[in-house]
Design a protein around this ligand. Structure first.
Ligand code: ZN
Length: 491
């Protein structure tokens, strides 16, 4: 099992050849959503980035176990150890059971991801379903001496850990910087130091999400679920840990500290982070009024949106940037993505109409090679798309007869396009798919009608011929007559 894939590892700060620990098996863990609100634009980028990696590894022949968690407990406001649980707060405001909130938004998230063409991971474990595993993990850290109990809560002892290992190894911070940059003062609350973080929190009487533990009735700290669930499903060592750059500190840094203190080593071999989406140059945030949910994008129902954008337009927009680059959202950028995607899909439609010849004047292996090289270079999806665009021009030349291709080469070209456009980039043709509930029935039906029209014309039955053309035009299918037949496109 070999692959040319080279991945940027945040931990080593360089690109590394991808060598799985146990090929052909690959273990991949990605931090999923905290389910207390509608899925939004910020959710789309990590899910599409790691879907691209998942799809590519599968296309390369790996057997991938992809675990993406659902955070339904322990994620407190301000991402710190204080404040109300995000889900419990929503439940209180809407007078719902917390698990009702978590279930509702989990379903909304999954539906939106399906629209975006994001494949379902192999396992989607919930934090609330793994309290026992989290308690066991906390016990291991306590046994190793890297945590302390204080008033029923358990905190990670960052200073002790930092004596043997390095806290801040992933984000490139050191403890002194962290001390300088914390606003919290030592000696406030139950922690010894402001930079210590909770592994288990004793629940206040009004806190409704609570479980028994050896230390108190309470709940796990936010970072604990990922250490516990990745170890449970992928083992003490696995290949890839992914997530958005915003999770690097403190979340992933704390995960590394937890796993290293309990197991004696970090669990993940490659740490992969996608960059963030900004909106008109600004960070997305509820307080800035530029917070856009995926549903608002799909319907166009938001004051910042000039129009609705289809899920594939959003996906294409995200894939047109390298996952480690920043990506700025604007109507202009999305409209350009919409046009680009349309051009690509029309090109593929044209390829379907190419008639084979005795000789090839083009070499389909060149497209395959360009796509392969680009994706292997740290998932360079924009370069894959640019190779495909160069070939859309060739597809059109093939239809027009300015270039020729043999039947065998044509088959291999179509296979290359299928692999990259549909399997790896995960795009779908929304226009024909929408008309037939996912299966392209439009193409054969329109071709059949136009064949009938050719017969009518041959019989000088102009009334039938015109009727077929006019009715097709009326439903948005433009027919173009050619010397040797016809051509058509969906408006
Ligand atoms: Zn996580």
């Amino acid at each position: 099992m070999t692959t040319k894939l080279v991945l940027y590892n945040t931990l080593s700060r360089r690109k590394e050849a991808f060598e799985p620990l146990n090929a052909p098996h690959v273990g991949m863990y990605v931090c999923g959503p905290t389910v207390y609100g509608d899925p939004h634009l910020g959710h789309a980028r990590p899910s599409i980035t790691f879907d691209l990696l998942f799809r590519y590894l599968k296309a390369e022949g790996f057997k991938v176990r992809y675990v993406r968690n659902i955070t339904d407990v322990g994620h407190l406001e301000q991402d710190a150890d204080e404040g109300e649980d995000k889900i419990a707060k929503k439940a209180r405001l809407e007078q719902l059971e917390p698990m009702e909130v978590a279930h509702y938004y989990t379903e909304r998230y999954k539906a939106a991801m399906a629209e975006l063409g994001v494949l379902t991971p192999s396992i989607e474990p919930h934090a609330s379903g793994h309290i026992i595993e989290q308690i066991e993990f906390v016990k291991r850290i306590l046994d190793e001496g890297y945590a302390y109990e204080s008033n029923g809560s358990i905190y990670f002892d960052v200073e002790k850990y930092n004596e043997k290992y390095r806290y801040g190894i992933l984000s490139g911070r050191n403890l002194e910087d962290i001390v300088t940059n914390t606003r919290e003062l030592d000696g406030q609350g139950d922690k010894r130091h402001s930079y210590d973080f909770a592994l288990w929190k004793k629940a206040a009487p009004e806190h409704i999400m609570r479980w028994p533990s050896p230390w108190s009735d309470g709940f796990p700290g936010w970072h604990m679920e990922c250490s516990a669930m990745s170890t449970k499903y992928l083992g003490e060592r696995f290949d890839i840990h992914g997530g958005g750059m915003d999770l690097m500190f403190p979340h992933h840094e704390c995960e590394i500290a937890q796993s290293t203190s309990a197991l004696g080593h970090d669990s993940a071999k490659y740490w992969v982070h996608n960059n963030m989406i900004t909106i008109n140059g600004q960070k997305m945030g509820k307080s800035l009024g530029n917070f856009i949910t995926l549903e608002e994008l799909f319907t166009g129902n938001h004051k910042l949106l000039a129009q609705a954008y289809t899920p594939m337009t959003i996906r294409f927009f995200i894939l047109q940037a390298h996952y480690r680059s920043t990506l700025d959202f604007s109507n202009e950028a999305l409209q350009a993505a919409e046009k680009g995607l349309d051009r690509l899909m029309k090109g593929i439609e044209a390829l379907g109409k190419v008639k084979p010849a005795a000789q090839s004047s083009v070499n389909p292996a060149e497209l395959a090679q360009r796509c392969e090289d680009a994706m292997a270079d740290d998932l360079n999806s924009p370069m894959v798309i640019s190779a495909l665009f160069d070939w859309v021009r060739i597809f059109n030349q093939l239809v027009e007869g300015q270039q020729t291709i043999t039947a065998e080469d044509l088959e291999s070209l179509k296979a290359t396009v299928n692999r990259w456009v549909f399997d790896v980039l995960g795009l779908r043709d929304e226009k024909s798919a929408a008309a037939a509930g996912g299966k392209d029935m439009v193409t054969p039906l329109v071709n059949m009608l136009l064949e009938m029209r050719m017969t009518a014309k041959a019989n000088k039955d102009w009334a039938t011929s015109d009727k077929i053309r006019d009715e097709l035009t009326a439903i948005g299918i433009r027919v173009k007559d050619r010397k040797d037949g016809f051509d058509w496109e969906i408006e």
